[in-house]
Design a protein around this ligand. Structure first.
Ligand code: UT7
Length: 340
């Protein structure tokens, strides 16, 4: 009997979408008591993209998915799992946004579901895709992080409305027998005792939709920004140090460190702690703001489209978000590079 060949999960393609409308710091100056200078200095954000009133999470996700599928060269009928990470689903209860996306892109009769892990959603999806593929259950998994964060932001609250933007990023994760193409390592974790640091209290079983919810703004995101900031720097730095040490990889050998794009100061602090050079660290927070589950795939798409991401190059992903959740991943880009 011949031995069973191991199967690995590989990152085959990337696609992303940012809505057309731009909300600049100058626009926000007219809406709340803030300044372009404060926002830039404290967050590094210059502008963010905002979806149109009739453009939903599934619409943005479908556009990103179409690109990722086309760039993978894999036929739609070979995709056997569709996963969406979002905290701004089209519908809060049902159906899942993954089901709606599948319908919009013409993939039917395959398993589809959503996960909720806030900003860590995309890396959580990578862990789920990996498990499905390496167990032999699925071959080609379409994953997408998508958010219409503007639908839960209170545009009179200066502590949150300056940060968030809308968008989507998708990838195809496929089975391979070539170990060189496979994910190297992935770590995902959570600590629910910090749940109140980043929360959208309603609608949900605790606060079902009601006039009270509307009157008190419980349907908007609430954040203890400063506490999250400190936890984020500590957790992200430790997480990255751990995954690199475990795999005996030096920070200087990482061509693309792609952290969650929440705040330039968080990214800089983590990059500095690892003694990374600026050119190793991918930065898109200035133009997209924090797009939650879409942030990392949108950043990967940026370096792919600019020709910076080459086949076989190592990516180090690192994220942190509501829950609290956090995750990191080390993996090569196993798709085709763009020739620039
Ligand atoms: O996606 C994952 C989860 N989210 C994050 O990772 C976000 C993490 N947190 C942050 O990025 C930062 O904490 C913020 C950008 C949200 C805030 O920056 P900060 O340096 O932590 O400011 P702070 O909350 O300590 O507030 C400092 C001051 C306060 O005024 P006083 O009390 O010192 O007079 C705030 O009222 O800045 C004030 N402030 C603002 N001023 C002008 C807060 N927001 C604004 C604003 N414009 N937009």
């Amino acid at each position: 009997m011949s031995p069973i060949k191991p199967i690995y999960a590989s990152f085959r393609s990337i696609g992303a979408y940012a809505p057309e409308k731009i909300l600049s710091n100058a626009d926000l100056e007219k809406m709340v008591d803030t300044t372009d200078e404060w926002i830039l200095k404290r967050t590094g954000i210059k502008e963010r993209h905002i979806a149109a009133a009739d453009e939903y999470t599934s619409d943005m996700a479908a556009k990103a998915c179409e690109l990722a599928i086309e760039r993978s060269g894999i036929a739609k009928n070979k995709i056997d799992l569709v996963l969406c990470a979002t905290v701004t689903p089209d519908y809060f209860n049902m159906p899942s946004t993954a089901c709606i996306i599948s319908d919009k892109i013409g993939i039917r009769n395959v398993q589809a579901f959503d996960i909720s892990a806030a900003c860590s959603g995309f890396v959580y999806l990578l862990s789920i895709a990996k498990a499905f593929i390496e167990s032999g259950m699925k071959q080609n998994v379409l994953i997408v992080g998508a958010e219409k964060f503007s639908s839960i932001v209170d545009y009179t609250d200066r502590s949150t409305c300056i940060l968030f933007g809308d968008g989507a990023g998708a990838a195809i994760i496929s089975a391979t027998s070539n170990k060189e193409e496979g994910f190297i390592d992935l770590h995902a974790s959570a600590d629910g005792s910090y749940a109140d640091l980043l929360i959208t209290p309603a609608p949900g079983a605790i606060h079902p939709a009601s006039q009270h919810v509307i009157d008190t703004g419980l349907n908007f995101v609430q954040m203890k920004g400063n506490e999250i900031f400190k936890l984020a720097v500590k957790t992200l730095t430790n997480d990255v140090k751990e995954i690199l040490a475990k795999n005996e990889i030096n920070p200087e050998d990482i061509p693309h460190f792609i952290p969650h794009q929440a705040n330039y100061r968080i990214i800089k602090a983590v990059g500095d702690a690892l003694k990374m050079k600026d050119e190793q660290v991918v930065l898109t927070v200035g133009k997209y703001g924090n797009t939650s589950a879409a942030s990392i795939p949108m950043a990967i798409n940026d370096i792919w489209e600019s020709g910076r991401l080459q086949t076989g190059e190592l990516m180090l992903l690192d994220t942190f978000g509501g829950g609290l959740t956090w995750a990191s991943a080390l993996l090569p880009f196993a798709g085709q590079a763009i020739n620039k």
